[in-house]
Every structure is written in structure tokens, then in C-alpha cells.
Design a protein. Structure first.
Length: 290
């Protein structure tokens, strides 16, 4: 919103600024500058009488505040009336004055108006609020107490939305444990063991391994491998399982409809039937697959 203000008319309504003050215009400009700084939407043009040589006062004006003095032979009222008639969008301007001629000209164009006395009260109230805020000691802001729910309300929310979902936690990676350092006693026991005899010596003598020798062989080479009988039995079971799968595939193949030639399927554009899919898989599948 842009404001067109009758400067001396407004000063006459201020309680803390007097027209007899030598710097009454500067005092009002400072007050208006603080008022416009409170909102980016406020833009002000204030008009004063008696300026020499007249025109915009660049030393008093700012980014959103423009100060204009009427030159000799003209008045601030003349400048305001001239500006009112030049406005293309009257609803976006507000005239601040108590002069009846200015207010009537604005109202004819449906331009908002504010009486100087009412506007002066707004300036003084806003200045008082800013001064009070500056005098108030700065206290750390405390968060407002959050409202607590009753047991009935908690039960109702749980019925509507269910319990709070648990957040899955990433499994922790286990670090490999360092091998334990053998104690002096364990080292002493190992040093007291007799060395393992050579297998050729055992074969020639026909003697069996002692319990101590068996334990040492297990430490060096791991558990005893399968016996030849167990390995042969395992191979027999595998071959029997392969034969069962082969017979099963053969029975399924006998029940199927023979697949159509590939050329016929390609020309017709039809999809393969389930029997044809199974047949092609049997033709190209690995015979050792399950």
C-alpha cells in the first residue's frame, strides 16, 4: 500500500512533535521511516509546505520513503491534489490528511483515506510497542507445554492408527575374534608331547595310533574324510535320484502334445503353450539339473 501524507497537517495532530520545533519535519520523517521499516508493503510519500527551492528532499528520502517540499507560491495541498488526480490505480493508495478538500477529492476516486488524528495515534502506539520491546530484558524462549492425552484418548488413537511401527535396526557386523595367545601352561603341554611317528613306520610295525597321535593329526589335517564305502553309497544315492527325475520327466513328456515346428510358431505369432514350454526346456536343459 502507498500512502500520500499531508506532513504539516499530521504534525499538528502529534502529541510529541510541535509545528514550532525547528526540526519538526525531520522528526516526523524519522518516525515515518521507522513505521515503513516495520513492513515491506508500506511505501510513503510525505508533502511539506515552505521548501526552498522545493521538490524532492533527497537527503531525507529513503528506499520506501519519499519527502517532497512545495516550492514558493504553491502548497502541500496543491501537490497532493495533483498527485491524486494522476493516480491510475486509486485503491492501491491511501491519503492521510484532515483537509476536507483533499479527502473529498480522494473519496470521489474511491481512494482510501485516513484522518490525520487517527494516523497519529497509530504511529504513537506502534512507537510505544517498539520502545517497550527494546526495554524488555531478553529471556530465552521456552517451548510451550505440550498437551497431554488422557488414557482414553491414547486408547482411541491406538485403535484408529495402531501401535507405533518399530524401526528395523541394521545388524551389527561381527568383528573377527583374534586368536587367543596360548598360555605358558598350554605351551608347556605341547612341548611335552611326543612327535608324531612317520606313517611308513606305523605301516611296517602294524601298530595303531595312540590317542595323543590321533589328536595331533586332527589338529593338523581336520576331521577324518569319508570312507570309500560311504563315498560309494553317496554316489549310489545321487544316481538313483537322477534316475527318478529322468523317469518323471519322461512321463510328463509322454502326456504332452508334441511341440509345433518353430517356423510355424514364428509365422502365426501365437504364444507357446505350457506343454511346448516344458518340451523346449527338456530339450535344451542340462541333463544333470534337478
Amino acid at each position: 500500500m502507498q500512502y500520500l501524507i499531508d506532513g504539516h497537517n499530521l504534525i499538528a495532530k502529534m502529541s510529541d512533535i510541535d509545528l514550532a520545533d525547528p526540526d519538526d519535519e525531520a522528526q516526523l520523517v524519522l518516525r515515518l521511516r521507522s513505521w515503513t521499516a516495520a513492513s515491506r508493503k508500506r511505501r510513503v510519500t510525505v508533502y511539506f509546505d515552505g521548501g526552498l527551492p522545493g521538490g524532492p528532499a533527497h537527503d531525507l528520502s529513503g528506499a520506501r520513503l519519499k519527502v517532497i517540499f512545495a516550492s514558493a507560491g504553491r502548497s502541500a495541498d496543491d501537490l497532493i491534489l495533483h498527485q491524486i488526480r494522476r493516480v491510475n490505480n486509486p485503491p492501491e493508495f491511501t491519503v492521510v490528511s484532515s483537509d476536507r478538500e483533499i479527502l473529498d477529492a480522494a473519496e470521489k476516486l474511491k481512494m482510501p483515506t485516513i484522518d490525520s488524528e487517527d494516523f497519529a495515534e497509530r504511529l504513537e502506539e506502534e512507537a510505544a510497542r517498539r520502545a517497550e520491546a527494546e526495554r524488555a530484558p531478553s529471556e530465552p524462549s521456552t517451548a510451550k507445554d505440550e498437551p497431554t492425552l488422557s488414557e482414553e484418548e491414547v486408547a482411541l488413537w491406538l485403535d484408529l492408527f495402531g501401535p507405533e511401527p518399530e524401526i528395523p535396526q541394521r545388524p551389527r557386523r561381527k568383528r573377527p575374534r583374534k586368536p587367543d595367545t596360548p598360555s605358558p601352561q598350554k605351551g608347556a603341554e605341547k612341548s611335552e608331547r611326543r612327535p608324531v611317528r612317520d606313517p611308513r613306520e606305523l605301516k611296517d610295525s602294524g601298530e595303531s595310533l595312540t590317542e595323543e597321535e590321533v589328536a595331533q593329526w586332527m589338529e593338523m589335517f581336520g576331521p577324518e574324510p569319508d570312507t570309500p564305502e560311504e563315498a560309494e553309497r553317496r554316489d549310489e544315492v545321487r544316481e538313483a535320484a537322477k534316475e527318478v527325475r529322468r523317469r518323471r520327466r519322461e512321463r510328463r513328456r509322454q502326456k504332452r502334445t508334441p511341440p509345433r515346428p518353430a517356423d510355424e510358431i514364428k509365422e502365426s505369432g501365437a504364444a507357446l503353450t505350457e506343454d511346448e514350454v516344458e518340451e523346449w526346456l527338456d530339450i535344451f536343459a542340462d541333463p544333470d539339473d534337478d
